[in-house]
Design a protein around this ligand. Structure first.
Ligand SMILES: *[C@@H]1O[C@H](CO)[C@@H](O)[C@H](O)[C@H]1NC(C)=O
Ligand SMILES: *[C@@H]1O[C@H](CO)[C@@H](O)[C@H](O)[C@H]1NC(C)=O
Ligand SMILES: *[C@@H]1O[C@H](CO)[C@@H](O)[C@H](O)[C@H]1NC(C)=O
Ligand SMILES: *[C@@H]1O[C@H](CO)[C@@H](O)[C@H](O)[C@H]1NC(C)=O
Ligand SMILES: *[C@@H]1O[C@H](CO)[C@@H](O)[C@H](O)[C@H]1NC(C)=O
Length: 843
């Protein structure tokens, strides 16, 4: 039941978080794009910002690649495509949830040089040059785990919870693919958030709104696609707490799945390809490396043409040993993209029409996404909505990830954030289907979640004609995208007959079967539960009424009889007067992503997922141990340099002063030997051997270092010894005088004479030992081992100190038969006999 439990876990975590305070933990937000990934970490005590990569870059190229055994990420990985075309993987987002023979895959193969094959469950996998195969989800998971590690380095603790952005049009299949990759990466999905909504959260963060809604369109021209999200912002008051909050509601969405920066790059590369073929009469399309180089060059030229009217493409040895050079003008580029202009704008019109609003209702169009910087796109959008409506007031790259992080923070409730509440809505209509109860009859569809249904809602379907087990399917009403199936899942409801019999026996009249269907906050649809439901009429009248009602019911088999599934009713059931009994029914959910999966297929999917886990873990462990070895190698190498420096420094250094010539000779020989070893066998040595070599050298240097440290520490240790020597002497003199005085006055004393004698003996032993040590130490040379160790000095002084403190802290004995007058001391403060030892507290 792997698939099932994953989905359950998703919904559960969202519920848990909103109900309980969870322990303080960092929340990671990831905006995983086709070209670039941005991440942000929310951790109490850390500044709220975008997570930086190793090179302090604010965005990370969404790529993973192998260079022999080395796995690389980010731009290092992307750049490798021109050398190892089938070992570098980019633009993987285009393939999320797509079956291997769907249009997104054929598009992908046009732009990518990696080797696409059919993977498990008819999805996409890749074959590397060495034959290793990876599924899309695995490769994406590696990138997510890379980000997880960056976040953990920044947080200084394990990071688990992630909130991840998805395009609003993502279907259940694509959302599943995202959640699967997150799970494989070792992270836990707190929630998915539609990217336009995330930008809206970011926008609302620093702004205030009135109770009259204002409307904005978040226009996001990304790499893979373009989308427009029409959002209303308003201030509202919580009826319970009377505090005000910002309400963000998504009212309409428009999108174009295949118009974005990647397509612009592709068109630009076509220009370069044509130029190459025209000039050199060779078909560069057949050269994988050449195509990868041109792809990279196209991206560069696109950026130049955003600010200039022409650019020179230049690639050394692009293919066939030819250095390629060509001039590309912006006009030329724009001409090749002329059909895209309207496609870049259409999502805005679609968002408007799906919300029922007019452009004049919209205050601004907020531009985000990398492609919104392309002049052609900006001009097209300006022409469509009017220049004065264009808003460049959010960070085009980072608004989504920062908004997602804020949303994640509000979910986890451990951060003080502005109270922002989100209502997101469904784009692809979902229907519930089932076979009519009469055998061999037709399918009945219930329009359960129409377009615009709010995320985070449930609906309950009631079936009053079902007497036996049946299945309920959740499907998309219309085709969601070319190559995607409509069927989402099948819920098999069993135990119906028994449960109905039970209810009837217990006096329920006309029991029914109810199934609850939920649309989660993350946009997943699922059947939450199925129950048999019966009301027990308590009075006789009720029973009779029920009886007649039953008789007078719909005639069996008639057309209207098939209207048994009442129109979906929201779960807020009216208060029931009668006694209600519900019996939960066994519910098996089958997720048939592309074809219905058998139990065996599901098991295979789960097992293969476990294989993936161990494959990736093994890879991580291998890299970790490799890294450890590298560290050991570098440390040893560095240590050798340090020793060489020490040996060659002038005679005044502590190392030279504190070492004997013979020792330096030994160290010098060992350094030379180890260096030679490191440059030969060392290259292949394992971590523990490298450690061993370093330990051997350290054991030679250690006595020298020790001498130096001892010389350095001696004065303070001596000072300390003398301090306790001195204090004990003072105390003894004083205490003995008091003892004598008290004895003659007949007052009890704190100490006995024996106790003071014992302390004196200890003091004398200490003095003798110390004096002896000091005398010997005077004759010791700097490059000889010390005669008296500071460690021992401290421990002896400590022993004396404790002995002294024991006596000093002693409470004065109670004066039993003392004259009344003595109860008041000279300060006139009565009864304070215990305060006498205070004079020694500063010891
Ligand atoms: C009905 O269900 C209840 C609870 O599941 C059970 O205790 C009871 O024995 C059942 N009754 C019948 C008649 O099956
Ligand atoms: C010894 O201790 C005294 C008092 O604590 C301090 O003034 C003096 O500098 C110390 N001398 C050394 C060598 O630490
Ligand atoms: C000795 O007696 C005097 C006077 O009572 C007191 O101040 C002092 O602390 C005593 N000394 C010791 C070591 O207890
Ligand atoms: C310890 O203290 C006594 C009294 O001040 C002094 O005579 C003696 O020299 C000291 N001994 C050492 C080793 O410092
Ligand atoms: C001191 O002792 C007297 C007599 O025993 C008693 O009355 C008085 O309450 C005591 N004062 C304090 C502050 O304990």
């Amino acid at each position: 039941m792997y698939w099932f439990s994953l989905r359950r876990a998703l919904c559960l975590s969202v519920v848990l978080v909103s109900v309980f305070e969870i322990s303080l933990a960092a929340v990671l937000a990831i905006d995983y794009g086709a070209d670039w990934t941005k991440a942000s970490l929310m951790k109490p005590g850390l500044p709220f910002d975008v997570l930086l990569n190793k090179d302090s870059k604010r965005k990370i190229q969404s790529s993973v690649a192998w260079k022999r055994d080395d796995r690389l990420f980010g731009s290092d990985a992307a750049n490798l495509a021109s050398r190892f075309p089938s070992d570098s993987f980019s633009s993987l987002k285009l393939l999320q949830g797509a079956s291997h023979d769907s249009p997104p895959v054929s598009y992908f193969t046009q732009i990518s040089t990696s080797n696409v094959i059919e993977g498990p469950r008819s999805m996409v996998s890749f074959r590397q040059s060495d034959g290793t195969e990876w599924s899309t989800e695995e490769l994406i998971a590696m990138q997510l785990s890379y980000i997880k590690r960056l976040a953990e380095d920044a947080a200084g603790e394990p990071v688990q919870d992630v909130i991840i952005t998805v395009p609003p049009y993502y279907t259940q299949f694509e959302r599943d693919a995202v959640a699967d990759a997150v799970e494989i990466s070792g992270l836990r999905t707190l929630a998915l958030i539609n990217d336009g909504t995330a930008v809206a959260v970011n926008y609302a963060m620093t702004r205030t709104f009135s109770s009259t809604p204002e409307y904005h369109i978040v226009y996001d021209a990304g790499a893979s696609s373009t989308r427009a999200t029409l959002v209303s912002f308003a201030s509202a008051e919580d009826p319970k707490t009377k505090t005000s909050y910002t309400q963000i509601s998504v009212l309409g969405v428009g999108f174009d799945r295949s118009t974005g920066g990647t397509e612009l790059d592709r068109r630009l590369r076509e220009i370069l390809i044509d130029a190459f073929i025209h000039k050199h009469k060779r078909d560069i399309r057949k050269d994988q490396r050449g195509m990868a180089k041109l792809w990279k060059e196209a991206g560069r030229i696109k950026a130049i043409l955003s600010a200039n009217t022409d650019a020179i493409a230049m690639v050394e040895s692009v293919a066939f040993d030819i250095d390629f050079k060509a001039k590309v003008t912006r006009a030329q580029f724009e001409k090749s993209c002329s059909d895209l202009r309207s496609r870049f704008v259409q999502p805005i019109h679609d968002a408007l029409s799906s919300s029922g609003l007019k452009l004049s209702d919209v205050s601004s169009v907020i531009l985000t996404g990398g492609s919104s910087r392309t002049p052609m796109v900006q001009i097209a959008v300006k022409a469509a909505v009017g220049e004065d409506r264009i808003a460049l007031n959010v960070n085009a790259d980072e608004a989504a990830v920062l908004g997602a992080a804020l949303y994640g923070a509000s979910l986890s409730r451990q951060f003080k954030t502005k109270d922002i509440r989100i209502t997101d809505t469904l784009i692809h209509e979902i229907q519930a289907s089932y076979f009519a109860s009469t055998p061999g009859s037709r399918t009945i569809n219930s329009h359960i979640f129409p377009r615009g249904s709010k995320y985070g809602t449930k609906k309950t379907l009631s079936f009053n004609k079902r007497k036996e087990d049946f299945s309920l399917w959740l499907d998309y009403k219309n085709e969601v995208a070319a190559g995607f199936p409509r069927e989402i899942l099948e819920g098999q409801i069993s135990g119906v007959t028994e449960a109905l019999a039970n209810l009837t026996e217990r006096g329920a009249v006309d029991p029914v079967i109810k199934a609850t269907v939920a649309l989660s906050e993350s946009g997943f649809v699922s059947i939450k539960e199925a129950v048999a439901y019966g009301e027990i009429k308590s009075s006789l009248a009720g029973k009779l009424k029920g009886f007649f009602a039953g008789v007078a019911g719909e005639p069996e088999g008639s057309e209207t009889g098939e209207k048994e599934a009442e129109e979906a009713v929201l779960s807020k059931d009216k208060k029931e007067k009668n006694d209600v009994i519900t019996i939960p029914l066994p519910l098996t959910t089958i997720y048939s992503t592309l074809a219905p999966m058998s139990v065996a297929e599901k098991r295979t999917a789960r097992d293969s997922k476990e294989v993936i886990f161990s494959r990736l873990r093994a890879l991580d462990n291998m890299e970790a141990s490799k890294q450890l070895r590298e560290e050991a190698f570098n440390t040893l190498e560095g240590y050798l340099y340090k020793l060489r420096d020490l040996l060659s420094d002038g005679p005044e250094t502590p190392f030279m002063k504190c070492s004997k010539p013979s020792e330096r000779e030994t160290i010098s020989r060992r350094v030379a030997g180890t260096s030679a070893w490191l440059n030969n066998e060392g290259e292949a040595a394992d971590t523990s051997t490298l450690f061993e070599k370093r330990r051997a050298l350290e054991s030679l240097e250690r006595p020298v270092v020790h001498r130096y440290k001892e010389i350095e520490d001696f004065p303070e240790a001596l000072n300390n010894s003398q301090k306790w020597n001195w204090s004990t002497r003072l105390f003894l003199a004083d205490a003995r005088a008091n003892l004598t005085a008290e004895a003659s006055a007949g007052i009890p004393s704190k100490w006995t004479a024996e106790e003071l004698d014992a302390l004196e003996t200890a003091l004398k032993e200490h003095e003798v030992w110390l004096n002896d040590g000091i005398e010997k130490q005077k004759r010791v040379k700097m490059n000889e081992d010390p005669a008296i160790e500071t460690k021992e000095m401290r421990s002896k002084a400590k022993a004396l100190e404790l002995h002294l403190q024991r006596l000093v802290r002693r409470k004065a004995p109670k004066a039993k038969k003392v004259p009344k007058a003595s109860e008041t001391d000279e300060n006139g403060e009565p009864n304070r006999t215990g305060g006498k030892q205070s004079g020694h507290d500063e010891l």
